[in-house]
Design a protein around this ligand. Sequence first.
Ligand SMILES: NC(=O)c1ccc[n+]([C@@H]2O[C@H](COP(=O)([O-])OP(=O)(O)OC[C@H]3O[C@@H](n4cnc5c(N)ncnc54)[C@H](OP(=O)(O)O)[C@@H]3O)[C@@H](O)[C@H]2O)c1
Length: 246
Amino acid sequence: MNRPYVVLGVSASLDGRISLGPNRTLMDLDERDEVLGTREEWEDFYNELARRNSVDAYMEGSNMLVAENEELRPLESYHGEDDLYSDHLPKEVVDKPGRDGWLVAVDGRGRLRSGYKGEENKPLLHLVSKSVSPDYLWFLRKTGIPYIVAGEERADLELALIKLKSELDIQTVLTSSGGRLSGALIKKGLLDEVNIRYNPVIIGGFKTPTLFASPELKEDEWPISLSLIKGEVTDTGHIYVSYKVE
Ligand SMILES: NC(=O)c1ccc[n+]([C@@H]2O[C@H](COP(=O)([O-])OP(=O)(O)OC[C@H]3O[C@@H](n4cnc5c(N)ncnc54)[C@H](OP(=O)(O)O)[C@@H]3O)[C@@H](O)[C@H]2O)c1
């Protein structure tokens, strides 16, 4: 395979909602969010998936950090003449002593502007498209944030994954991506394993993010088949299921 093996791990309500409402980022969590798992429960679930799959990169969508309706920070203008639209993988980050993996943010539209650089031993890398401004790429370079350019308007997820493998030797990616990112990945045949922790709670909502949010099935399109790896129902009413994507 010319791209990494991609594993999804997500926590959902029984009705497939992955958040309590629209436009809720990690910064908006309150005690009600614990219906989808406490921090410890989430870490147990996610870390077990990481161990089982020898994960070397953790990938997330931008909506986890920036809400769709959020005003974006203005950027300093770039006046240089360098071509910024080539992959930026500085040696001091790639070969940093002690680095033992990557955090990867799908950021096709250049919306992640906090300057967050990831964890001490897991630097953050952005997957951007050619639609982002030179100002944005300059901001990433200046801040010391690596990036890969793939796609015209949005990140080309297939090309980006191929580059993660060929340029950084990333073999396995674990994503807890929100519903749109996992929807895009599975529809493009880029998801290999689905792991869901269902919580005994119903959230409802017409605009609340759901698992695998994606365009309607076309007349000639078939639903994506899954084959069971394992499943468990606990006494507390939680359901853990793992499937291979056919
Ligand atoms: N319960 C859980 O386990 C769990 C896990 C993760 C997240 N969440 C929650 O889920 C919510 C976010 O979910 P969401 O569905 O709104 O957003 P999302 O899945 O984060 O989707 C947005 C991301 O996917 C990218 N994307 C979507 N479609 C694409 C396509 N066709 N091609 C390329 N890139 C594409 C977007 O790219 P752009 O950069 O171009 O916009 C963006 O980075 C948040 O509330 C978050 O807290 C819950």
